[in-house]
Design a protein around this ligand. Structure first.
Ligand SMILES: [Zn+2]
Ligand SMILES: [Zn+2]
Length: 447
């Protein structure tokens, strides 16, 4: 994919608009970067091109070849793979001649039997329900666009898709399945069912579908492009001009004097900055930190073998894996359950702290750190999925059984709370703080 920087803020050059003032105030297709609030005029994009923010590098728009056909084809294939994955055995397991066969949905339903309904809901929503809703939404939307006449509720669906996106975790579930299978590989005979392979195909197709969605093109096809507000000047931040970019469809809107408004194109609520962003992020981080204590103190699961129960905590599980010699799996679990959540708590707290002070690190680096915390957060769910799969697979057998512990819920809570904390943090705040001294070095800002 060819990428080019939008004009107005070239790297390594002085901080001046290269365009004469008359074009700066032109009412071209304007976008305000979601991460740094820089107002940019989008260049015309052809298939295979994308436009990046010239200040922070965030992708403003991606244009695919034949976007509707592409998303439609991928979403239909993903939905077929999901249906196959839901209707055949996922994994079969046998020890000493006693076998057990599980289906995908049983990874969630078994948890209800062990009084873990919240964890069960989290599992079934993230691996089956939300992806299915998302794919149906994509198919509904693209079908209308291909017909040349959007189907009813298309705008509402298009708006919801971006909110569903982070909560679909099929790819994380596959890592969880692999970890659980390796964990019990030594004790039993394992066979991967049709559904396992169908689910792998589904996870890949789902990922391709989310990446194929060209929201800039989609919103243009649904509702056209209303003219940019009069007097909007690109090459500056949007907030001081009383403008803001819609987080859903990207359109630049004028805010009311109170700093709020609704998007003229998609009706999304708009704010100059997310309201109480820092306070909300702090509150969610504090809640996640509190939940992290029981998540580590209580057992995440209890293995009963021949009448002998062994509870294991998250760290205990890692130590056990090391003793078994499974270093790579121990590393995966340690990274997902300890390094990622703790790292996220520390990184977000630090970002919140330095927002109000000076730039101890330049804004570009802080934005990259924020993007990283937002990207890796969901991968912590691996351990919760491992518990769900093992519990379903090794149910109250006479030889061995695995039951979920209270830490599974606490740890799931940590993952959800840190994900919400990353979402409520407004990265534009990073760029709002002016540099302390007169060091407006363009390289320092654009790097
Ligand atoms: Zn930017
Ligand atoms: Zn909008």
């Amino acid at each position: 994919m060819r990428s080019f920087r939008t004009p107005g803020f070239p790297r390594g050059q002085p901080l001046v608009d290269q365009y004469p003032p008359e074009t700066r105030t032109s009412r071209r297709r304007l976008r305000a970067c979601h991460e740094c609030d820089w107002l940019v005029a989008l260049p015309p994009l052809r298939g295979g091109q994308k436009a990046d923010c010239p200040r922070c590098g965030h992708t403003l728009a991606t244009r695919h070849h034949q976007p509707a056909q592409r998303s439609m084809a991928l979403a239909v294939s993903a939905l077929i793979a999901l249906m196959l994955a839901a209707s055949f055995p996922f994994v079969s397991f046998s020890v000493g001649g006693i076998g057990n066969n599980i289906e995908l949905s049983q990874t969630a339903t078994t948890l209800i039997g062990f009084h873990q309904p919240l964890v069960a809901i989290a599992v079934i929503m993230t691996i089956l329900v939300l992806p299915a809703v998302y794919l149906l939404g994509v198919i509904w939307l693209q079908f209308g666009l291909l017909r040349g006449e959007p189907l009813p509720s298309s705008r509402n669906i298009a708006r919801s898709l971006s909110h569903l996106h982070p909560w679909m975790m099929a790819d994380v579930f596959i890592i969880g399945a692999l970890v659980s299978l390796i964990k019990i590989a030594g004790m039993a005979q394992i066979e991967l069912g049709v559904s396992f392979w169908a689910f792998c195909a589904f996870a890949i197709l789902l990922l391709s579908t989310t990446q194929s969605l060209d929201s800039d093109w989609m919103w243009f096809s649904l509702s056209g492009e209303p003219l940019a507000p009069e007097g909007a000047r690109s090459g500056q931040t949007a907030a001081p001009q009383g403008l803001t970019g819609c987080p859903t469809c990207g359109l630049v809107n004028r805010l009311s004097p109170q700093g709020t408004s609704r998007c003229r194109r998609c009706d999304e609520r708009l704010h100059a900055r997310m309201p109480h962003s820092l306070q909300r992020t702090w509150a969610l981080l504090a809640a996640a930190a509190v939940m992290y204590v029981p998540a580590n103190l209580y057992p995440i699961m209890t293995t009963t073998s021949l009448g002998h129960s062994t509870p294991s905590t998250i760290i205990g599980g890692v130590v056990e894996l090391i003793q078994m010699g499974s270093w790579p799996i121990a590393a995966v679990i340690f990274t997902a359950s300890v390094i990622v959540p703790v790292g996220k708590l520390v990184a977000l707290s630090w970002l919140c702290l330095v927002v109000k002070r000076s730039n101890e690190l330049n804004a570009g680096t802080r934005t990259r750190l924020y993007r990283l915390t937002e990207f890796i957060g969901r991968w912590s769910m691996v351990d919760v999925f491992v518990v769900a799969i093992l519990v379903a697979l090794i149910r109250a057998g006479s030889l061995m059984s695995i039951t979920p512990g209270p830490a599974a819920l606490a740890f799931g809570g940590v993952v959800v709370l840190t994900m919400l904390a990353a979402m409520t943090f407004d990265p534009r705040l990073i760029w709002d703080t002016p540099p302390p001294r007169a060091t407006r070095d363009p390289q320092g800002i654009s790097e």
